[in-house]
Design a binder for this molecule. Structure first.
Ligand code: KG4
Ligand code: ZN
Length: 359
């Protein structure tokens, strides 16, 4: 069995083909360069870029997988959460393709895609409850995953997401978008310099909210105030700011997950979403949580950031359980958080009844 997965939730046009054993047969991602000058994603530009890129990206995904629509068993597409205009491009395309080919359509929650992105390396997770830390440009959530489709939301950010904080601080430091990888590289320089000079004393506070909740907007403000007090920092000073900022984010996330483990003693902790690609974050989690006999896992870096394969995985899981969406599937900028309200997609109008698809 093969599923075509499509994600156009933000600024990457992504399509992939995966099979029932979660092998990634192709994974094509066209990252939009339209936003580079703006320090963030411009929604209108993103929608237009998806329109231009989607057909060639889907064609490339089919070609690289050595397959064709005739051999595909289902079309999975992100239907939320994300930028509405961007989502609409993917959802409309997937619906048209499903209608034209008669293939099942499966609407997928983008965050559920991130949670299961690890299936690319470890499918045994399907049978273990685990703790998922979803850290992306739009979300920072701690979710207890009991099994596919059964989630308990433990905590999340009350304001900015972790990736959003990386992007905003990167902008303040004059780095490009997306800011995460640029801050990580600069922070590495800062850490190396601090190790030689016996320095590295700059600390930024991170507010804690509730038992498992996070807040990053105060951290962003702390960096801004620091820059106001120490304007025009040289390269070494910028590297030290990046290091202190990255350490503060990692400390905050780690502290919350450690608390969650106290209450929910799972063996596996899975990091996912774009920020999970951060090596400092991963290494700190491994060191601290292995000391508590937990196994820390993350997908390959290409699968931490947005991709179509993770959407195809979730589509396949729904398809295997006989669930599909109707052709009335809509795009939603927000969806109920995983583990709160309606959790697992394919969609509110999902039905295993083929007759429902024609409605
Ligand atoms: O999951 P993702 O591709 O898109 C969303 O669903 O939002 O995550 C993108 C976010 C951006 O904010 C980007 O700056 C951040 O992930 N990011 C990183 C790293 N790579 C990407 N943040 C920190 N360190 C990284 N290496
Ligand atoms: Zn994402």
């Amino acid at each position: 069995m093969q599923v075509l997965g499509i994600d156009t939730s933000c600024d990457d046009t992504a399509a992939a083909v995966t099979n029932e054993t979660f092998n990634v047969l192709s994974n094509v991602i066209a990252s939009q360069e339209e936003h580079l000058d703006f320090g963030g994603v411009v929604p209108e530009l993103a929608s237009r870029a998806h329109l231009r890129a989607l057909v060639p990206v889907v064609q490339a995904a089919l070609e690289r997988a050595g397959t064709s629509l005739a051999e595909i068993d289902g079309i999975a597409v992100t239907h939320g959460p994300g930028l509405l205009g961007s989502l609409l491009v993917g959802v409309s395309f997937a619906k048209s393709l499903a209608y034209a080919t008669g293939l099942p359509l499966i609407g997928v929650n983008h965050l559920e895609g991130h949670v299961w992105s690890l299936l690319a390396t470890d499918a045994t997770l399907l049978s273990t409850p685990f703790l998922s830390l979803i850290v992306s440009g739009g979300h920072s959530e701690i979710v207890l995953v009991k099994q596919f489709g059964e989630y308990q939301h433990l905590g999340g950010t009350r304001d900015d997401a972790a990736g959003e904080a990386f992007d905003k601080v990167a902008k303040m430091l004059g780095l490009g978008y997306p800011g995460g990888p640029a801050i990580e590289a600069l922070a590495r320089d800062g850490r190396a310099a601090a190790a030689i000079a016996g320095d590295g004393h700059l600390r930024f506070p991170v507010a804690r909210a509730g038992r498992f909740d996070l807040s990053f907007s105060g951290l962003k403000t702390a960096v801004r105030y620091h820059l106001e007090r120490h304007p025009t920092p040289d390269q070494a000073a910028r590297a030290e700011i990046a290091r202190a900022f990255e350490d503060a984010v990692v400390d905050a996330l780690l502290g919350r997950v450690q608390k969650a483990i106290d209450d929910y003693p799972v063996e596996h902790v899975v990091l996912c979403g774009g920020v999970a690609g951060n090596d400092r974050l991963y290494e700190r989690f491994v060191t601290e949580l292995e000391a508590r006999e937990r196994v820390v896992l993350r997908p390959p870096k290409l699968m931490c950031t947005d991709n179509g394969a993770m959407i195809a995985f979730v589509g396949m899981l729904h398809l295997l359980s006989g669930r599909r969406s109707s052709l009335t599937l809509g795009a939603h900028a927000t969806l109920p958080e995983l583990g709160r309200g309606v959790t697992s997609t394919p969609s509110p109008s999902a039905s295993a009844d083929p007759a429902a698809r024609a409605k």
